[in-house]
Design a protein around this ligand. Structure first.
Ligand code: AMP
Length: 189
C-alpha cells in the first residue's frame, strides 16, 4: 500500500494535487473537507458542520475522526490513500498513527505544499468566484489561515521527526508542482 499525506495552507493546491496523485497511483483520495461537505448535503449533522466551516474553524475531532476512520476501513483492500486536509491537529495525527499501527499499515511520505499567506489568500479569492464554497471569502480565509498556523503547521515538526516530511514549492503551475511530487515519490519509494 502507498499511503501519502498532503499538507499546506488553504489555497496551496492540496485538493488538485491529491486528485492527480489519486489518478496516477490509483489511490483513494480521502479529503476530510469533502467528506464534511457531502455530509452537509445528506446528513443530519449538516447544520452543525456548516456552522464550523463557515466560521473557518475545525469541526470537533470526535466527528471528523469517526468519518475518516469509516472511509479508511471501507477501502483497505485498495492500493493506498492520499489524505488531503487530514490530519489537521496533533490529536488527529496521533489517532491516525495509532489506527495505522493497529492495521499494520504505514504512511510513507508527508508532502508540505509551501505557499505564503498572501498568495494563498489570492488563490482562494479567485477560487471563490467559481467554487460555490461559502468559506471561500475574505473574512473566513483569514481565520482558516490562522487555524492552519496555530493547529496544523505544528504537525510538520511531528512528521519531520518521523523522517517523512518532504517540502514542495507550491508557487509554480499545477504541472510543475505535480512533477516535484512525482519525482519525490520516485526517489523515495
Ligand atoms: P478544506 O476543504 O480542507 O479546506 O476544509 C474546509 C473546512 O472543513 C475547514 O475549514 C474545517 O472547517 C473543516 N475541516 C476539514 N478537514 C478537517 C479536519 N481534519 N478536522 C476538522 N475540521 C476539518
Amino acid at each position: 500500500m502507498l499511503n501519502l499525506l498532503i499538507f499546506g495552507p488553504p489555497g496551496a493546491g492540496k485538493g488538485t494535487q491529491a486528485s492527480l496523485l489519486a489518478k496516477k497511483y490509483a489511490l483513494n483520495h480521502l479529503s476530510s473537507g469533502e467528506l464534511l461537505r457531502q455530509e452537509r448535503e445528506n446528513g443530519l449533522l449538516g447544520v452543525k458542520i456548516k456552522k464550523y466551516q463557515d466560521a473557518g474553524r475545525l469541526v470537533p475531532d470526535s466527528l471528523i475522526i469517526k468519518m475518516v476512520e469509516g472511509a479508511i476501513k471501507k477501502n483497505l483492500d485498495g492500493k493506498g490513500f492520499i489524505f488531503d486536509g487530514y490530519p489537521r491537529n496533533i490529536y488527529q495525527a496521533k489517532t491516525l498513527d495509532r489506527l495505522f499501527k493497529t492495521l499494520g499499515k504505514n504512511i510513507q511520505i508527508v508532502f508540505n505544499l509551501k505557499l505564503n499567506s498572501k498568495a494563498a489568500t489570492e488563490r482562494i479569492l479567485l477560487r471563490g468566484k467559481t467554487s460555490g464554497r461559502s468559506d471561500d471569502n475574505k473574512k473566513t480565509i483569514a481565520h482558516r489561515l490562522q487555524v492552519y498556523r496555530q493547529q496544523t503547521a505544528p504537525l510538520l515538526k511531528y512528521y519531520q521527526a518521523q523522517g517523512k516530511l518532504k517540502n514542495i514549492d507550491g508557487r509554480p503551475d499545477i504541472k510543475s508542482v505535480f512533477r516535484q511530487i512525482s519525482d519525490t515519490i520516485k526517489t523515495n519509494i
